[in-house]
Design a protein around this ligand. Structure first.
Ligand SMILES: Cc1ncc(COP(=O)(O)OP(=O)(O)O)c(N)n1
Ligand SMILES: Cc1nc(C(=O)O)sc1CCOP(=O)(O)O
Ligand SMILES: [Mg+2]
Length: 211
């Protein structure tokens, strides 16, 4: 929080190599960080464990000088091996209690909430953020539940004490709506990874978020 209690919004890049359209993966991420991304999640669904760890270590080295945390999607073993800053889990992944036992103190833990029941249950967990999943419909991830939309985000804000992240279908036209209705963290794949200039895209998204 700033001194006048205005939330400081985070711009969270969730990576997806195919969405980078054949361009160098590390170049895309570093451009995005230089443009204003403040958190990065490495989301790899098809890499071998060894390749996932190698990619996480290389990304960690790139992000370190920028002081940007690296969060690993799904895999606590990869996060530990690469000394990443945290893990994001969904409702079918490792349970919070187990993850919390396995991760050293101080690591970031993100959890997805797909339903009102998930939001209520998450009040029992000492997580770093709760992801409103998905905020809007998106072609980037097809195994999603019904979008929360803005009214749903407002409901989550009223019923959760956690820092909220919004993900799904967010772009420069709707980011401000997400940011002013309860999401302190805005998570994005395609509007950054697939943009002609990831630098410009991140810069515009960050400006639009704060306008
Ligand atoms: C910030 C953020 N929010 C939600 C998700 C989705 O997690 P999950 O439901 O486990 O789905 P997969 O990403 O594992 O396909 C996320 N990764 N990041
Ligand atoms: C990785 C992911 N998780 C989601 C969820 O709803 O949990 S939606 C999503 C993809 C978001 O991509 P884009 O910014 O291109 O819409
Ligand atoms: Mg998952």
């Amino acid at each position: 929080m700033t001194t006048n209690d205005t939330p400081v919004h985070q711009l969270y890049l969730v990576t997806d190599e195919p969405a980078c359209l054949g361009r160098d993966f590390y170049w895309v991420v570093e451009e995005a960080v230089q443009g204003g991304v403040t958190m990065v999640q490495l989301r790899e669904k098809h890499l071998s464990t060894r390749a996932f760890i190698d990619r996480a270590k290389r990304l960690k080295d790139i992000l370190l000088p920028y002081n940007v945390p690296l969060i690993i999607n799904d895999r606590v073993d990869v996060a530990l091996a690469a000394n990443a800053d945290g893990v994001h889990v969904g409702q079918s992944d490792m349970h919070f209690d187990m993850l919390n036992e396995m991760l050293p103190e101080g690591k970031i833990i993100g959890l997805s909430a797909e339903s009102e029941e998930d939001v209520v249950e998450a009040e029992n967990f000492d997580i770093s953020y709760l992801a409103v999943s998905p905020l809007f419909d998106t072609p980037t991830k097809t195994d999603i539940k019904k979008p929360w939309e803005i009214a749903g985000l407002q409901w989550v804000r009223k019923n959760s004490t956690h820092t909220l992240a919004a993900i799904g279908g967010i772009n420069a036209n709707n980011i401000r709506q997400a940011a002013t209705n309860g999401a302190e963290i805005i998570a994005i794949v395609s509007a950054i990874c697939s943009a002609p200039s990831p630098y410009e895209a991140a810069f515009r998204l960050k400006s639009a978020m704060h306008d």
